[in-house]
Ligand binder design. Structure first.
Ligand SMILES: [Zn+2]
Length: 394
């Protein structure tokens, strides 16, 4: 590299000395003073390029300089990886951390839970289940709403975008048995259920709240992991969710869970298939789109969810001289933040704040000159007006 740079090269293409597609690691530690880009390619490609150049051809190469799209900066990737720790630790009981064997051909859902956590953590108020969602768009340098990210299909409750059903698993051509592929199908049905919970109970941007369909769904998934057997298959996972719902919610969502799973071929008469050395396999699966006799048919909702609960935070409450207003809501235009007294008169107004700042740090208001009493904090966004009450106490 240094010699090439010293001789005027603007970039370097290094190729493997073996004319194969195998790439042996290439690296160097003496990088001081190197200012030109380099790329390492296989010998199979490299020898072809060299032959073409020696035969008089011209090789055009361009280097795109830009940020390093590292997965450590992708919220979805971080949530996904952290999620592995959760699903591995919870499945199969407290003394067992190796109950999700991800060998090819196993019906392992670990990648699915992790994708679910990634999608769940990065949901924004006002999102819609029918929209396409992707995992690792930042890491992959893809547009957030276009993908494709790291998966084969977008996650969506819309069958025209994602039509996976249980029989997508298998060993024949076009079927899934690799662990990330298998997980994609599992995450698809969890995502469907998440949205049905949101449509039923609303979306709550406060992840610490015990209200909101998204929060109830996360609890159900975590409880299901604790309840399920070691090396579960999809139907074991489904049954664990039903049991979790029965224990926590007196089976208030049993019909909903059955309807969601039946839509993806994991209904009452579905058969989980083979179990080899304790692990559920992708072979022998039979789909079933029916409900158990006691379950009611539910017309699955696809309406836009209401945002509920603590979408708008104002703290501390009571506040003295300083009040912080923060929200996870979105807005195309800067948000207007105002404090009103109880007769509706504006007594304080902040400089308009971007949605990003409101979501991250929020805005601080100096309330030292307000008389003690109850006030209304009003945030105006492009998606609507949101209010919450706050007490000022001196
Ligand atoms: Zn993973």
């Amino acid at each position: 590299m240094q010699r090439a740079q010293a001789n005027g090269a603007t970039g370097v293409i290094v190729f493997d000395s073996l004319a194969t597609n195998t790439l042996t690691n290439f690296g160097g530690t003496d990088t001081v003073g190197i200012r030109i880009p380099a790329i390492f390619i296989s010998g199979a490609d490299g020898f072809k390029l060299r032959a073409a150049i020696l035969a008089g051809g011209t090789l055009n190469a361009s280097a795109r300089l830009g940020p390093d799209f590292d997965g450590s900066f992708d919220n979805g990737v971080v949530s996904h990886e952290f999620g592995h720790g959760i699903s591995n630790r919870l499945t199969g009981g407290p003394a067992n951390s190796s109950c999700l064997n991800s060998a090819a051909g196993n019906q392992t859902m670990g990648e699915g839970w992790s994708d679910f956590f990634a999608l769940w953590m990065t949901t924004r108020p006002g999102d819609d289940g029918k929209a396409s969602r992707y995992v690792a768009t930042y890491d992959n340098n893809d547009p957030y709403t276009v993908g494709p990210g790291f998966r084969r299909k977008p996650y969506s409750t819309d069958f025209s975008k994602n039509n996976y059903t249980y029989s997508q698993l298998g060993t024949t051509t076009g079927k899934f048995q690799e662990t990330h592929d298998v997980g994609e199908v599992w995450a698809t049905v969890l995502w469907d259920l998440n949205w049905q919970f949101i449509y039923k109970y609303g979306y709550n941007a406060d992840f610490f709240s015990n209200s909101g369909g998204n929060n109830s769904m996360l609890k159900l998934v975590l409880d299901g992991c604790k309840l399920q057997v070691c090396n579960p298959g999809f139907l074991d996972g489904r049954d664990a969710l039903l049991r979790a719902d029965s224990l926590t919610n007196r089976a208030a969502n049993a019909d909903l869970i059955w309807n969601v799973f039946a839509r993806r071929g994991m209904g009452f008469s579905a058969v989980q298939g083979d179990r080899v050395n304790g692990a559920a396999r992708v072979t022998g699966i039979q789909e079933g789109f029916d409900l158990p006799p006691q379950a009611k048919v539910i017309v699955l909702s696809n309406k836009k969810a209401a945002t509920s609960g603590n979408a708008l935070e104002a703290y501390p409450n009571p506040a003295q001289d300083l009040l912080t207003v923060r929200t996870q809501l979105n807005s195309a235009a800067p948000m207007q933040v105002a404090v009103l007294d109880l007769v509706g008169k504006t007594v304080l107004r902040a400089v308009p704040v971007s949605a990003a700042k409101m979501q991250q740090t929020g805005v601080e208001l100096n309330t030292s000159r307000l008389t003690s009493g109850v006030y209304v904090v009003r945030v105006t966004t492009s998606e609507g007006i949101f209010t919450t009450k706050v007490i000022i106490q001196h």
